[in-house]
Ligand binder design. Sequence first.
Ligand SMILES: [Zn+2]
Length: 66
Amino acid sequence: MAIKNVMEIIVRDVLLGNKQELKLTCSCNRCLDDIMAHALNHLPPRYIVNPDHQPYVRVMHEADRD
Ligand SMILES: [Zn+2]
């Protein structure tokens, strides 16, 4: 069985992609995990079965941004 919460991937992407802009006091893996866990607790999960669906969810996420 392969069920994945794509929000994990999206949050990690956004976090790693904006590490500089976010001006984190600490950006070690432990602290990044903390931030990810915190963010994911506030986001609705988007579970997918087939990883091929990921681009679709990503597009929805990008569309939500502005
Ligand atoms: Zn740290």
